[in-house]
Design a protein around this ligand. Structure first.
Ligand code: GLV
Ligand code: MN
Ligand code: MN
Length: 407
């Protein structure tokens, strides 16, 4: 008898959780990630699903013959941001297995292969690039660029894969595998409060905002904090600080998002004027013109403030994901399938969060379901969804899988 949703959730809950923060540190290709992957294999085995790892390290659990093609695939990711919540990613994977169980208990008989997938390294917490597993498969991330991605200790992505027992020789575009996928549906906790303001536990995604990550290197001159007169300094920190304030102001004015959430300071001493401030900007907006204008304005602010402080600033775009408009026909079909069975309205909403579904959308018809999050908080241990809403999510996903796979 496979584990219930609640049992699966309880089994996954302790894996990779930091006892101090209560948040998750499930970074790609670490021991915590390996534990999550073992959990995935065990869930597949408990259901008699054939489990395989693709060339890019993504895990697949198959009901039916993968080679038959036109598969209905669902799933998400199990890795986390630093001190992330329990739901971002795992809710989609646990719900996928639970929805297959629900299909069985309904006596539904899929006429197409159905698979559950766990995409590797969705958050990019370790190597800096989000959705590495799906980007590699889709050919958006080349093996050469993947080899240049390094973690804080200088370990490259392929090296980390190898150390975790995955043969990284063959990483790269996986057209053959993606050609087996007829449709991909990712269920995800909502990362905002849209559904909380409605009477609906579940919604359908319309689009993903374009977004990207930019590294700012503010370089000045390291010096003594006590003896260097204020006017003699080339201190990158004030230039950086002024850039943060400018980013907040510009993003607010544009109805967009700009976040400096990661920072490195050298030499990082209390009594030293820094020589380098390295900061990462995450910027997002509803459309690419707004995003481009926002990042341009932040760059100008960084240059002006750097010049005023006598420091240099260099900008590197580390990643960019264009706007994703989910296939309207599939999106409408999801709404129709849910409306036929559920008593609630099915809101259709955009998101500012990135997802593997957004990467896959360029290759296969793709859709997303969102499960209500009462506070909207995400990427934090406070992230939450009520159990009855999670169950509603499983039922909704089962409705969708049944509608797509059993006809
Ligand atoms: C992933 O959750 C992202 O939007 O960064
Ligand atoms: Mn996330
Ligand atoms: Mn996610």
């Amino acid at each position: 008898m496979p584990s219930s949703f609640q049992e699966m959730w309880a089994e996954l809950l302790p894996l990779g959780r930091d006892p101090g923060s209560g948040g998750y540190r499930r970074f790609a290709w670490t021991p915590a990630d390996a534990e999550c992957r073992a959990w995935f294999r065990a869930q597949a085995a408990a259901r008699g699903l054939a489990c395989e790892v693709d060339r890019n390290g993504n895990q697949w659990a198959w009901l039916g013959d993968p080679a038959a093609g036109d598969a209905v695939v669902t799933g998400s990711h199990l890795d986390s941001v630093p001190d992330g919540g329990a739901f971002d990613g795992p809710l989609g994977v646990v719900s996928a297995f639970a929805a297959l169980d629900e299909l069985r208990s309904r006596g539904a008989r899929p006429s197409r292969p159905v698979a559950v997938v766990n995409f590797g390294d969705e958050e990019g917490a370790r190597f800096g690039l989000a959705c590495a597993g799906s980007r590699l498969a889709a050919g958006v991330l080349t093996p050469e660029r993947a080899a240049a991605l390094r973690d804080a200790d200088g370990v490259s992505l392929p090296q980390a894969m190898e150390r975790a027992g995955h043969d990284a020789e063959a990483i790269g575009p996986d057209d053959e595998r993606l050609a087996r996928v007829g449709v991909f549906v990712e269920l995800h906790v909502e990362q905002g409060r849209h559904l909380e303001d409605t009477a609906s536990p579940v919604g359908v995604a319309s689009s993903i905002w374009p977004h990207g990550r930019w590294r700012f290197d503010f370089r000045g001159e390291a010096n003594h904090a006590g003896t260097t007169r204020m006017g003699d300094r080339h201190d990158p920190m004030p230039a950086f600080a002024a850039t943060v304030l400018a980013a907040r102001e510009r993003a607010a004015a544009a109805g967009a998002r700009a976040t400096f959430g990661k920072l490195g300071v050298l030499p990082n001493g209390v009594n030293a004027v820094p020589g380098l401030v390295r900061a990462w900007l995450d910027a997002r907006a509803a459309d690419e013109d707004t995003l481009g204008a926002l990042v341009g304005a932040i760059e100008r602010a960084a240059r002006e403030h750097s010049a005023a402080e006598g420091v240099q600033v260099a900008l590197t775009r580390e990643s960019f994901t264009p706007v994703v408009d989910f296939a309207p026909a599939l999106r409408d079909e999801l709404v129709r399938l849910l409306a036929a069975r559920r008593a609630y309205e099915v809101p259709v909403l955009p998101t500012g969060a990135g997802h593997d579904a957004g990467i896959l959308a360029a290759k296969v018809p793709t859709a997303m379901l969102f499960v209500r999050n009462p506070t909207g908080v995400s990427h934090s241990p406070a992230e939450h969804a009520r159990e009855d809403d999670c169950v509603a999510g499983v039922e909704a996903l089962a409705d969708v899988l049944e509608g797509l796979a059993c006809r």
